[in-house]
Design a protein around this ligand. Sequence first.
Ligand code: SAM
Length: 286
Amino acid sequence: MPGSPVIPAHVYLLPHNNSELERLNVQHQYLKKFVYDGKLIYDDEVTEKLRREGGRVLDNGTGTVAWAQELSQEVPKSVEIHGIDISPQNFPNKSNLTDNTFLHLGSVTELPAEWSDHFDLVNQRYLIVALLAPQWHTCASEILRVLKPGGCVQFVEREPGYVTPAEYGPAATWQEDVFEELYKMKGFNRRCALDLPATLEKAGFVDIRSERKLTPIGSRYGEGGEMGVIAYGGAMRNMGYAAIQSGLVASEEEFEERSSELHQEWEEEGAQIACRIVCARKPLVQ
Ligand SMILES: C[S@@+](CC[C@H](N)C(=O)[O-])C[C@H]1O[C@@H](n2cnc3c(N)ncnc32)[C@H](O)[C@@H]1O
């Protein structure tokens, strides 16, 4: 269409390697504890309905399939659990999947045509460096399409910046500046967590709720804070190549040095990152 933005098919900024696979699996347990209040499905009514009536669940951008696999152990076999991702590289072997888990290759911006009115719940987490700003609208419309009337969606995304006891240290300031610029250059929306309620409302969702959850970083917060170092420090490290390639950081040595300084600040001061868990429902009648 003339005038439409040209959107490259996949712009994902993180690698699909072993270090990322391990990081995502730690991050899954970390988010479950600090963002989902120890659960996989935030809204208890949705869990109860799935247990009572069965149904279908979709995990968008499923990655290592950690969330979907754990859910498959907690709901009856009558609940089908589907995961979709642009890459199968972090998928477990088929033999390790439960019988009611099904994996698909594809993009959340163009879900299979036959999935209209198909799912009771869609879970989508951490696509902040996967979707270009305008793609959030496409993705919200696609989720609305594939949900059954009355079906629910839950998103988890992080807010930009840190919550710190005092002012940011020099390394945190450096990191914020580099990533703010990198996201801008690449066309991502660093504020997607905050924009989600409006995006969902525009797509046609109702009963939209956004809750802010603080996630700890640094050993002063105990084991949870150490998981935070792995989750957030690892993501930063795995995006280092992109920061260097884009010219925002001079060299690998500079990136490593600044990352160690940031870890030192996290150890000394501690920090928290605010995440948003955003839940919404497809209206019964559209
Ligand atoms: C940061 S990981 C998060 C994985 C998982 N949601 C979790 O929380 O553990 C993002 C995942 O989204 C996938 N991804 C990126 N762009 C995508 C797209 N357009 N459609 C589907 N998956 C996508 C990546 O391949 C990666 O596995």
